[in-house]
Design a protein around this ligand. Sequence first.
Ligand code: ZN
Length: 688
Amino acid sequence: MKRFCLCFPLLACTGSLSLAYAQSGAPAADPIHAWVQGSDPASLEVWVNQRLDEEKADVDKLIAVPGPRTIENTLRPYDDAVNQLALAGNNAYLLYSLADAANLRDRAQALTSKISSAGTDLGLNQKVYAALAAIPQPSDDPATRHYLERTLLEYRLAGVDKDDATRKQIRALQDKITDLALAFGRNVADGTLKVSATRAELDGLPPDFIARHTQNADGTFTLTTDQPDVKPVLNFASNAGLRQRMYLAYNSRAYPKNTQVLRDLLATRQELATLLGYPHFADLNTADTMIGSSANITRLIDQVDAVSRPVASREYAEILAFAQKRQPGITSLSQADKLYWQEQYRRARYDFDAQAVRPYFPYAEVQAGILSTAARLFHISFKPVKDAVVWDRSVEAFDVFDAAPGNAGKRLGRIYLDMHPREGKDKWFSAGPVVPGIAGRQLPEGMLICNFSGGVAGDPGLMEYAEVVTFFHEFGHLMHHILGGQGQWSAAGGFNVESDFVEAPSQMLEEMFHDPTILQSFGKHYQTGETLPTSLIAKMNDASAYGRATDLQWFLQFSTYGLQLHDRAPAGIDFDALWTADTKRFSPFTPVDGIHYAESFTHLEGYASNLYTYLLDKVIAIDFFSQFDQHDLLDGPTAMRYRRTVLEPGANKPAAELVRDFLGRPQGMDALKSWMNEEFRPPAPATK
Ligand SMILES: [Zn+2]
């Protein structure tokens, strides 16, 4: 199945250092780094074709094996083939996202499609499947057994073991799903609606927002349902009527255009699931995930609901009482009022301004702080590689060395930090693999693609707290890739864990950055050198802790909805009635009549029924975090145990086992409960 992640776009196959020779017979200059041998489209194409030739040679080799199938004669060449595809894909993606020259980016994009198509062919190759299925399960090597089982499962989920007619049908259904999902997304993107407002109705909105809009001849202003208008209106407009009209328009923007598209999409997914032997799409979509079945999603939703509902009710009561004090006569708050009153309440109660901490987070110090925090936590060290060949002058390379007792000084891999914006570069924040790890043959390498300010002379690059947390989150994926990429199989690294576990380790790290000791280790005022004040950290933490349960209830609501659209016959579903029922079930904020939520719910494209992923990873992340000594997050024995049991195994074990190995039990709800009740707060530092 496809895998989705909010923060890193490239996943899936991972991939050799085997016999990397060019067609001419001359050794390829660098078989794992495309950019080293020349950053022009023609060189890249030659390099990628070398990888694809290698992949094909590996596949031919494994198919041609005479006699009994073994790990060495079949699984090894298979993994080599996957390694070549991953190298090709990772490098092409890197240059597509990061190259300066537009013609190189264009060629890299075209090559990415070619590589992806080679991956699809490998995933549907019946001879390869038959060869892999004929390998006797190794009884003495659980990692290899798990790798083989998972590979065979993915083949079956692609329908490789079906007859020709059925496979043809599967291909057609998959193409149809892709087309419908694209059409669905396009209709949302193109479905901008207009909302008219009087000058008085704009009260509460920031002056620069009002200045951006021109007044019409009749004195009104025309707003749209695009993000730059919708968010400020829902957050700041004090006029309830305007908020209501904006909410209604925003949540109806692809109606009725998408009604039939969505119905067709759901019906096609259902047909695919039936062909593959599953009762409905929700069960097919969880077949290769940690949660395992749609029944388990329901169980998870009920468990989280039981702990978050009472807290969310309390949060609502606080906010309603606050609103009633401001505007006597209000008896309830609607979905359209939610963000506005949350914002007003946070401001009044916590007196925290996010801008106040920025001077304490200049980019260079933050980077140094994140490296040293990660080094202490994971028992590793970083050494800058000054002579590394990189794709842009601004990119920094670091070698990662082990610092754990018994292994100190061993090189584990390399990371590249491409951290500031430049013309033509990808605009997002992500972590991704560059080179997969294979024990004894190939060290893992990974990259960060970010767009933080700074990096140029005269600009200290002052960061918002949320950006600092994003940096550490993405860095966490990189550490998972390096530490989890020391095993024998290229496609069993940190990025290859089940799609509904992949965010848990990075979400755990986010929690660490509430800790005053950690923040104060690098948070220094860029002009005065003053340490980030404890009082400011406390206010920041209080403000961010408020509303956690309300947010979780919101995630429960749309996870439930996504599941319900995929666990029953799609023809009979009344999209609006179901959404209203789920709103009433999970939220004390009253539903807004007349909205058509499903038609513009873009997460249905990628996640489909798997919107619970955030919930599950949050539960696990908070439970993981609760195991650390809250007075000594970095230096206690827990950090090393975490590295050994959760990160180092990569995808060589089912994620549920990683969780059990670290916690001594499956994840539970107790830590989440404390976290929501704000009991779970970082202690004040011992000194200061
Ligand atoms: Zn992430």
